[in-house]
Design a binder for this molecule. Structure first.
Ligand code: MRU
Length: 342
């Protein structure tokens, strides 16, 4: 199963809004197509959004018919703004776009066709490096998983949320591949059910034992001693170690603390935003009410009811046992130790 692939000058994306009922790929031929796919969450998950946006910018570069470098770069900046306006919370999006535009700023190449190729090459690099980073996260994280472990995860931080292998699910995958007896409890993750639709599906494809629970069951399971550790992904980690991730992650972290269960966050360095001092500064995406009032297009609430729909929350650093990155496991005090891996 591939989340995305560059094929014949287009970006093929697995449409995640249709999973697990349908396995359908869509083709993005323009930067606008990619922006739309990110906005509508056909592709989602912080690293995957970043990689898709890099390819989106490469597509924009090939659409760009101007002849001189200056106009080319200014057009690319506009396309970068378009892609950057899709989802505000995951910093990987801005990290990838910045890396792409930075490549243009730094090159001596003037010819537009060569600049287009340069951008495509950089997008391929971002794609390949993402998979390598996830495998590295898996290697470091696997060491934290006991030989027999029940692991709780929230949302989907798997292969589907990245270029491949996954971050939180990368840790689980690596532990499973190392022969550990890992069983996963997947929170369904309302409102969009990434846990039920994506995590459960992805783990079943790999024959990793998974049990689906609704979001309000985790505390009960912890109280009964059925969870050994929790591992989740992240959309943005600030300099002090605060973690933005899918709404409901904070609740899991609080429950872990109450039950003395390790709460791990797995993320590549592209998710760490040292420019922000704390989680209070992270923009939290608010999504449409219809995601809460319906399930798979079916109304489940009275018409006209008032709704709140923040897509992410922030877990304060004191609840995070460790952050598993591709450069090693970072422990508190995060304000000192996160900087050391850069
Ligand atoms: O709204 P989504 O589905 O894009 O949210 C995804 C998450 O919150 C993931 O946990 C996070 O992006 C990490 S993915 C490796």
């Amino acid at each position: 199963m591939k989340t995305m692939e560059w094929q014949n000058g287009g970006l093929i994306l697995l449409d995640q809004t249709r999973l697990p009922l349908e396995i359908k790929y869509i083709t993005c031929e323009t930067a606008e197509d990619v922006a739309e796919a990110i906005k509508t969450m056909k592709v989602r998950g912080a690293p995957a959004i970043g990689v898709a946006a890099a390819y989106g910018l490469a597509l924009g570069a090939f659409q760009n018919k101007c002849k001189d470098k200056e106009t080319f770069i200014s057009n690319i900046r506009e396309i970068s703004d378009l892609l950057g306006a899709t989802r505000p919370t995951a910093v990987n999006l801005f990290w990838a776009l910045h890396r792409m535009t930075d490549t243009l700023e730094k090159t001596d190449v003037d010819e537009v066709t060569k600049l287009q190729e340069l951008l495509l090459r950089e997008a391929h690099n971002i794609f390949t490096e993402d998979i390598e980073m996830n495998k590295s996260i898996g290697r470091y994280g696997s060491e934290l998983v006991p030989p027999k472990a029940a692991v709780l995860t929230h949302c989907n931080a798997g292969a589907l949320a990245t270029a491949g292998f996954g971050t939180a699910l990368g840790v689980i995958r690596a532990a499973h591949e190392a022969g550990k007896d890992v069983r996963v409890f997947a929170d369904e993750t309302r409102p969009l059910l990434q846990g039920a639709r994506l995590t459960a599906w992805e783990l079943m494809q790999d024959n990793i034992p998974v049990t689906l629970i609704t979001d309000n069951m985790a505390g009960y399971l912890m109280k009964k001693g059925l969870i050994d550790l929790a591992v989740v992904g992240a959309d943005r980690i600030t300099a002090n170690g605060d973690v933005a991730n899918k709404i409901g992650t904070y609740t899991v972290a609080v429950l872990c603390r109450e039950h003395n269960i390790p709460f791990y966050v797995a993320a590549p360095v592209s998710t760490i935003d040292l420019a922000l001092a704390s989680g209070d500064e992270i923009p939290i995406e608010e999504r449409e009410a219809v995601e809460v009032t319906t399930i798979f297009g079916r109304e489940v609430a009275p018409k006209g009811v008032k709704v709140l729909n923040p897509a992410f929350d922030v877990t304060p650093n004191h609840l995070v046992t460790a952050i598993i990155t591709d450069r090693g496991v970072v422990r508190p005090p995060y304000v000192d130790n996160l900087r050391k891996i850069f």
